[in-house]
Design a protein around this ligand. Structure first.
Ligand code: ZN
Length: 299
């Protein structure tokens, strides 16, 4: 057992270093990236029969952020060059959906069908600000207990993170940035609420995060100040809705997207503070294909 245990630790450590050298996967830091996200815990268990006891011992080697699902084992990907979005599907077999998927995100939000849909009920409360820089985005892992309800279905808020420029576009136009509030239901199905951020007045709700933006790749760290996701939302909460995917590898589909029609603002200084750390991390828009894009026309 001792030998096995040591090997397990080495394997976990090796995986933790990863090909990318970074905890990857932003939206993927949430649940559906099970294959990738949980690999560090499962992969060492090449002796599955012994797994129950030993992986527990191995866990301290993996970071807390990794335990949250920041897949260190996710292969390297980037936003330009040979590992850029056009090549994601070829980078790893687990990324195949990035190329072969037919319901991918983001998309251009245009020609939506207006309908009176059930509103999203937000049940957000403040959370400790547990922030990390995974090399692809800056993310805050959210305390349990905050959730949305849509048509009586509950999705718990798991984490939020940012893209700049925005990933979704409206009539072909990107916003300065985009916030993704990533939720999962009991069956680990994802619902992401997107909020476009355009340059304007400073956004004070961002302060707990922006005051502690990690300049380097770093594991989850509590900054000791609460953040309130409710304060990120625009006053009018009508949304575009469609069925899509993670916008980062492995581009897993089956994600319910809700993108706020009304943007909020951040200041030029706030935008600059983010983009000085994270270079353009927006996946290009994907074809809508046979999907329907709905617009909830009633607040
Ligand atoms: Zn995202």
């Amino acid at each position: 057992m001792r030998t096995r245990s040591t090997l397990t630790l080495i394997a976990a450590a090796a995986l933790a270093l990863g090909a990318c050298g970074a905890p990857a996967a932003e939206d993927a830091a949430a649940p559906p990236a099970d294959q990738a996200a949980e690999a560090p815990a499962e992969a060492p268990a090449e002796a599955p029969a012994e797994a129950p006891a030993e992986p527990t011992a191995a866990m301290p080697e993996a970071t807390a952020a990794e335990a949250e699902g920041d897949a260190h084992a996710t292969p390297h990907f980037a936003y330009e060059g040979e590992a850029g979005p056009e090549h994601w599907g070829e980078l790893d077999t687990t990324f195949a959906t990035c190329a072969s998927g037919t319901e991918q995100s983001p998309i251009d939000l245009t020609q939506a069908t207006s309908e009176d849909l059930a509103n999203i009920a937000f049940h957000y409360q403040p959370s400790d600000t547990r922030i990390l820089n995974n090399g692809h985005t800056i993310q805050v892992n959210y305390d349990a207990g905050s959730y949305i309800e849509v048509d009586g279905h509950r999705y718990d808020l798991d984490q939020f993170h940012f893209h700049a420029p925005s990933e979704h576009t409206i009539g072909g136009q990107p916003a300065a940035a985009e916030l993704h509030l990533v939720h999962k239901d009991a069956a680990k199905k994802l619902a992401v609420v997107g909020v476009l951020l355009e340059e304007g007045e400073a956004n004070t709700a961002l302060a707990p995060v922006w005051d502690h933006l990690p300049a380097e790749e770093s594991p989850e760290t509590s900054v000791g100040v609460d953040v309130d996701a409710a304060a990120f939302l625009p006053a009018e909460q009508t949304t575009y809705r469609y069925r899509g995917s993670l916008t980062t590898p492995p581009c897993t589909e089956g994600v319910s997207w809700f993108v706020m029609t009304t943007p909020v603002t951040l200041s030029a200084e706030q935008l600059e503070a983010f983009t000085a750390i994270i270079e353009a991390n927006n996946r290009p828009v994907q074809p809508l294909g046979a999907r329907e894009l709905d617009l909830d026309s009633t607040p």
